[in-house]
Design a protein around this ligand. Sequence first.
Ligand code: SF4
Length: 410
Amino acid sequence: MTTTDTALPNPAANEATAALYLHIPFCDSKCFYCDFCSSPGRQQVYDAYVRSLQTEIKASALWLEQQQLVKPLETVYFGGGTPSVLGCDRLSELLQTVYAAFAVDPGAEITLECNPLSAHKLNAAALKMAGFNRVSIGLQAAQDRLLKGLGRSHTVADFTATANALTAAGITNLSADLMIGLPGQTLTDVTETLDYLSGFPIKHLSFYSLIIEEGTPFGRAMQNGQLADLPESEIERQMYQCVLDRLYNWQFEHYEVSNAALPGYASRHNEVYWDGRPYAAAGLSAASYIGGVRRCNCRDLDKYLALYDQVSLTGTDLSRMAFAAADVSETVDLAEAQREFFWLGLRKLAGVRLTDYQWRFGQAPGAEPLLALRRLCAEGLLIYEQSDGQLYRLSRRGLDWGNEVFAAFV
Ligand code: SF4
């Protein structure tokens, strides 16, 4: 068997999914750095959106079942946008629709992303009753001046109120997001943010560098030379190291470049992405990977509502609506899946094993990825452990230069 035999199928093409992502494209306000599909001020369409999403969820479930591409869901993820702006009743309704349309594993991880401002108005006990068992809260920084500078709608006190309300209600699997490399942010700010978070029983932390995206207010300010107080890259590296040191003190496992958790609390949903496993998705702009095909729904809210709102179909007609909103559809062939094995898998600190590659694809890696792995080892960006299934993983230096590593396989 050759090592680049693309006649072989991508193994994900026949793999059943156990993960569902639902996109809620609404926010309290638009942050200055954000290019996600989300918009503020559309409260008048919340109910129509929920109805539409319910139709798409049912259509997807039916199609997946007909194709035998689904098993009991192990993770359901409400992301956005800011799902918590919908309020508890709508969120519960959506989750009930998921339970009615899919088999859901009794131990499934059911995550709700939220922002402090909308979340502390939620009835945390009702969220728990509805079935949400993990909440991810976007703090970003524990300094109100930095939050204001990002265009965030909440204050640090809002985070305190939200985290306390969720904990009191018994939702103990809490994750927080923080950002580094922000305009005007200092190393002391990062330390203080970590000190602040130490006061809460969070189990998981996501930490990202600010990326300036074109077309955002920050992107325009950058173009006009008005975003002058960004930290130097060396300071940003020190901020990242500061986060890593604290995670070590908290006894968190740093399991992915930008994620760490107490043992047993890694995000099971995100692990599906990094492992190249399939996932279903519904909602505006939602991306799925089913039957070896990556699809992405349209970003036009009115078009989405026109497609799905008030659709009262059943059976075959309903299942035909499964991908009606997809405006991007790309088949991932074997060669692409093999590249993804490396560039997604190396994001995990546990690294990738060539024995796992052989097991997944039924063949050894080709000369090209092997040369890239050896070069990255020689440059000190990867570490090789032959005794552990021929394991390659990021070195400490590789963590700082991760994009160089991932680009070698794209
Ligand atoms: S809360 Fe998140 S999704 Fe909403 S505007 Fe801010 S960054 Fe974007």
